[in-house]
Ligand binder design. Structure first.
Ligand SMILES: *Cc1c(COP(=O)(O)O)cnc(C)c1O
Length: 388
């Protein structure tokens, strides 16, 4: 059997590879503590689960859902945007529900990137920006995110010939994997740049609600000119501990949403209506679970960062996301340090290079580890940092 060339160009998904290494260690009897994948360990709020259960018992949800999503769900998203960011969106033309944000991120280049076109992607960044571009036949060009620039891209450094071919620019703040956060002024610069160069700005806001210490994440859509050139991806996965449910959305520039809608009618047949009703319950219901979730991550963040500082590791407690982006000891690479962590301590962290070459020198710890395991994991780190 011959597979297509585009499959050969596609790297195995980072976490699929990581799962294999963890399993190999477990098979050898190692009690592995994983700070690997960012998959919330806390359960979905009960009122959201209840909404799903009653909706699933209602036969009107059993048929094909609408391609464009339930109007009530789109309205709930529009209301949420108005309350949260002061942004007005037309639920009929400026919002498209997605089968999880990853689905939309992966497919977007099919609608906007022709072979030979460039997609500007953050390096390090969520791997799907690159793989979606590759499968569409486009050329991903990395925008290095460096600690000296607070992990923001230097837009002025993008070469003119690259800008000319660029159709799409991906951004993601609070950032996975760097945990960096930005202010509104940064989005204003990015929107001006993308309008000037006729680039679709795609902001992935998966962590917009997981922020700490009075920091409130802005939306890229709230700056002047954004509705002409930008879309923003939203997800219920991290905000409401709903990674398993597969529900998210993309919102913004009407022409972009129109193209995404046309594409998606040809790909999937929407999201189970019962899941959308649960999504409405999440957005419109009580938010006390979110407050508790943030508090839990903040506690874990402080535990890990205080411990790292006591080991002379230079880390700033991040203001958002569920990650701590940690420099590795000098004599190590990202990869060799992640291997040392697994072999010497049974601790999993993701090597920064898994997110792009500029991730060299870092590993990513995810805070989605239950508290007692996190405490034990942190103790185990001491021996490895001390040896290095
Ligand atoms: C987790 C994550 C997503 C995926 O969200 P889903 O809605 O679960 O598909 C998207 N982008 C980033 C950066 C993420 O970390």
């Amino acid at each position: 059997m011959r597979t297509a060339k585009r499959i050969d160009r596609l790297p195995p998904y980072l976490f699929a590879e990581m799962d294999r290494k963890i399993k190999a260690a477990q098979d050898k009897g190692v009690d592995v503590i994983s700070f690997g994948i960012g998959d919330p360990d806390l359960p979905t709020p009960p009122h959201v689960v209840d909404a799903l259960c009653s909706a699933a018992a209602d036969p009107s949800t059993h048929r094909y859902p609408s391609y464009t999503g339930m109007p009530e769900f789109r309205r709930a998203i529009a209301n949420w945007y108005r309350t949260r960011f002061g942004v007005d969106l037309d639920p009929d033309t400026q919002i498209q529900p997605l089968v999880g944000t990853k689905e939309g991120i992966f497919h977007l280049p099919v609608a906007f990137v022709d072979p030979g076109d460039v997609a500007l992607i953050p390096d390090p960044g969520y791997p799907v920006y690159e793989t979606g571009t590759l499968l569409a036949g486009g050329e991903p060009v990395a925008m290095p995110l460096l600690s000296e620039n607070d992990f923001k891209p230097d837009l002025g450094a993008i070469p003119a010939d690259v800008v000319r071919r660029a159709r799409v620019m991906w951004l993601n703040y609070p950032s996975n994997p760097t945990a960096a956060c930005v202010d509104e002024a940064f989005f204003a610069d990015a929107v001006r740049y993308c309008n000037e160069h006729d680039i679709l700005l795609c902001h992935d806001a998966a962590y917009s609600e997981i922020t700490f210490d009075d920091y409130v994440a802005p939306s890229a859509l709230q700056v002047d000119g954004a509705m002409d050139c930008a879309v923003e991806f939203g997800s219920l996965s991290k905000t409401y501990n709903m990674t398993g449910w597969r529900i998210g959305w993309v919102a913004g520039a009407t022409r972009a949403i129109e193209a995404i809608k046309r594409l998606k009618t040809n790909i999937d047949s929407g999201i189970f209506d019962a899941v959308q009703r649960a999504g409405i319950a999440a957005l419109e219901g009580p938010q006390d679970h979110l407050v508790a979730t943030i508090e839990r991550y903040r506690h874990r963040r402080d535990l890990l960062c205080d411990a790292l500082k006591s080991m002379d590791v230079v880390v700033e407690p991040p203001r958002g996301s569920i990650y701590v982006w940690t420099p590795v000891p000098e004599r190590h690479t990202s990869e060799s340090f992640a291997t040392a962590l697994l072999e010497k301590a049974g601790v999993v962290a993701i090597p920064g290079t898994g997110y792009g070459p500029s991730g060299e020198g870092f590993v990513r710890f995810s805070l989605t580890v239950p508290d007692e395991r996190l405490e034990e994991g942190v103790e185990r780190l001491r021996t490895v940092f001390a040896d290095s």
